[in-house]
Design a protein around this ligand. Structure first.
Ligand code: ZN
Length: 687
């Protein structure tokens, strides 16, 4: 598939800050960068990116890793797909050998679906621009709508012919399997050997892109009047497409959203395209559905500020009001712009250029809470019951805002608008917040109880071998909570030193020497002794007690480190982080990045940058005591386990064996005593 040399080039080229920045807005903090974590509902930036270590890590949910891990997790790609993604980003040529039938079969379904969608996008585009029907019907429709050719190209718009199976036949001729044609929803039918038909026939097509520009779905608009068909038909949900988590236009909008620190939200495909044409590129569409949490997080990662554009009709506004509460709850600053009567963003943008459009926005943008309050006030008139309903409706929205200062500003403003005592509003807001909190807590408890009843062990599933073997990222926090055997956690603790410090000496001994030279006395620290390297020491110390790692992945990593333990140039962290086996590099990144956690206290005192450096220095100076302690702890675990076993045996075995068992037990107790003493005192290698 991809040769090792190319993988190495990709790993060297991929810069974590650049890779993450394509999906998350990062701010510099000291030597690192921080941003909102894309893997959990993050409201304060928990996601830390370290350019020097070339890894990322979420303090809160524990996700992260190398650039490859990040892309795998974020874009839901396999290891292989992630490599290809990064190769493309960094213009690294990937020479792939021809697939055999077997390999083709082995390719993941997801990848096949993406490849097919790409083929379909190109096919429909070609039809639009070169086929007589495509030009006469599709292209002329787009031009009539006023779309410029460069915009039609940019959004990769296409056309699907009227002929009921034109695409399906062509795609099958090109070697695409019926299975994937059906799974992507591009084709329908095919039962009992019947031929496939096209889903989008006679429609112009809008490809829907992911954040990274892959086509996950199509939206098709019909041009003729046909009974019993919707104006728009979309790809069905599939393994690669979940309607509720995609935003139309996000791929084209993300950098403009960051630059302007603002995102416009509209409803449809053509709204997005017309606004781009008018020069406003920070715009996405929810494609008609109410906004979902996933969509909001996708926007929030790039900006806190969102402005929703509505066409003037009241029905539309009222329906949209509910979706907005989710935005408030996520801590976004929500504004609303009503377009002039009879205009939608599409038609309005056509009459504007970027400058006049922005001017209109500026003059007509109003804060959402104020907008909602005024709108409802207009609707309820003087009816006191309706008025009470209105107040609780507005208060519900305010109480969702996570920031307490913002909440109190709104309470103040609304008390004026509603002509009410501010304190009454604040009390009501607090009551609702308490109620919401309790509801959430109860729900969580119920879920926990349910998962316990199911015997759900996901929460403490082993990290290393299990999750790592298939290179998934399921387990938070890196370190297994319940190890499968009593040794694994000690093995992991030892491996941590191996990966982080490799051949760093356990200690260096200096001696102060005074040298008189022409009457001058010079003090000089002279290196007189260097301790063994970390890996070398561990190898020696465990080997003499015949102890081997039990965890297969830890064992593999330790043995690889041992192969290099006499090589002075060997850089252990780099070696493991760029390891071709993703389960190895993933674990390495976890072991290396927990330095962040260690340094938290120091960071508080010294500032983040200093703290990080400081804890590293601190630990490096203590290797001499910490590493022998880690190996002793593992030995201790073996002795304790052995004692347990012998005690059990003593209970069940024949009396003739008792004597020898008791003597064995005695011996073990002696060893235990020695080890405990060592662990109780501080073990320091003598020098
Ligand atoms: Zn997170």
């Amino acid at each position: 598939m991809i040769d090792q040399v190319t993988i190495g080039r990709i790993q060297d080229a991929a810069q974590i800050v650049e890779v993450v920045s394509d999906f998350v807005t990062l701010r510099r903090r000291g030597v690192n960068y921080v941003g909102l974590c894309p893997f959990h509902e993050d409201r304060t930036p928990s996601f830390s990116v370290s350019p020097t270590k070339n890894i990322c890590k979420c303090f809160s949910c524990g996700e992260g890793g190398t650039p490859i891990h990040f892309v795998m997790k974020h874009e839901q790609l396999t290891y292989y797909e992630a490599l290809k993604y990064l190769a493309k980003k960094y213009n690294i040529e990937v020479i792939e050998k021809e697939y055999t039938d077997e390999e083709r079969q082995a390719q993941s379904d997801r990848e096949s679906m993406f490849i097919l969608n790409e083929y379909a996008r190109d096919y429909f585009e070609k039809i639009l621009h070169t086929h007589p029907e495509g030009k006469a019907v599709g292209l002329s429709y787009f031009r009539e709508r006023g779309f410029r050719d460069d915009i039609i190209k940019k959004f990769q718009l296409g056309y699907s012919l009227e002929q009921r199976d034109a695409f399906s036949v062509e795609a099958q001729k090109a070697g695409y399997k019926q299975d994937y044609l059906l799974k992507t929803g591009l084709s329908m039918g095919g039962e009992q050997g019947r031929p496939l038909v096209d889903r989008f026939r006679g429609r112009v097509l809008f490809p829907v892109h992911t954040l990274s520009g892959k086509v996950v779905a199509f939206g098709g608009r019909i041009l003729k009047k046909v009974e019993n068909t919707g104006k728009y038909v979309n790809s069905p949900e599939s393994e690669i497409y979940s309607k509720s988590s995609e935003l139309y236009g996000i791929y084209f909008a993300k950098s403009a959203i960051v630059k302007q620190d603002k995102c416009f939200l509209v409803e449809g495909y053509t709204d997005v395209i017309s606004m781009h044409q008018a020069g406003i590129e920070n715009v996405v569409a929810s494609s008609g559905t109410a906004l979902t949490g996933g969509q909001i997080r996708a926007i929030h990662r790039f900006s806190e500020n969102i402005t929703v554009l509505y066409d003037g009709d009241a029905a539309g506004i009222n329906a949209a009001l509910r979706g907005i509460d989710l935005l408030l709850e996520d801590g976004m600053n929500v504004k609303v712009v009503l377009l002039p009567d009879g205009e939608d963003p599409d038609s309005f943008a056509k009459k504007q250029n970027a400058e006049s459009f922005h001017k209109y926005i500026q003059e007509n943008e109003s804060d959402f809470i104020r907008f909602k309050t005024e709108l409802l006030l207009e609707q309820v008139g003087d009816d006191p019951i309706k008025r009470a309903g209105l107040i609780s409706n507005v208060v519900e929205s305010i109480s969702l805002i996570p920031n307490s200062i913002k909440r109190s500003v709104y309470a103040q403003e609304c008390s004026l608008l509603l002509n009410m005592d501010e304190r009454v509003l604040i009390n009501e807001i607090n009551r609702i917040r308490k109620r919401n909190y309790e509801r959430k807590r109860d729900q969580k408890e119920k879920e926990a109880a349910r998962s316990e009843a199911r015997g759900d062990t996901r929460a403490n599933g082993g990290n290393g071998a299990g999750a790592a073997a298939n290179a998934s990222f399921g387990t938070p926090k890196g370190v297994p909570v319940t190890p499968a055997n009593p040794y694994e956690r000690y093995e992991l603790a030892i491996l941590r030193y191996v990966v982080r410090y490799g051949n760093t000496p356990l200690y260096r001994k200096f001696e102060e020497q005074k040298r008189g030279e022409g009457g001058k006395v010079i003090h000089e620290n002279v290196l007189v002794e260097v301790g063994p390297g970390v890996t070398e020491f561990i190898h020696f110390d465990l080997d003499r007690d015949k102890i081997q790692f039990t965890h297969p992945l830890y064992l593999q990593m330790f043995e690889e480190a041992c192969e290099h333990m006499t090589d002075a140039q060997f850089e252990s962290p780099r070696y493991f982080l760029s390891h071709p086996d993703p389960s190895v590099s993933k674990l390495a990144s976890e072991l290396i990045s927990d330095r962040y956690h260690l340094s938290k206290i120091h960071a508080k005192i010294l500032g983040e940058e200093e703290g990080d450096k400081d804890s590293r220095l601190l630990e490096e100076n203590l290797l001499n005591s910490h590493v022998p302690r880690a190996t002793t702890e593992l030995k201790n675990a073996y002795v304790l386990q052995k004692i347990k076993e012998v005690t059990e045996k003593l209970k069940t075995s024949e009396p003739v064996n008792h004597l020898s068992l008791i003597s064995e037990l005695k011996q073990l107790q002696e060893i235990k005593k020695v080890l405990s003493k060592e662990l109780g005192e501080r073990i320091v290698l003598r020098y």
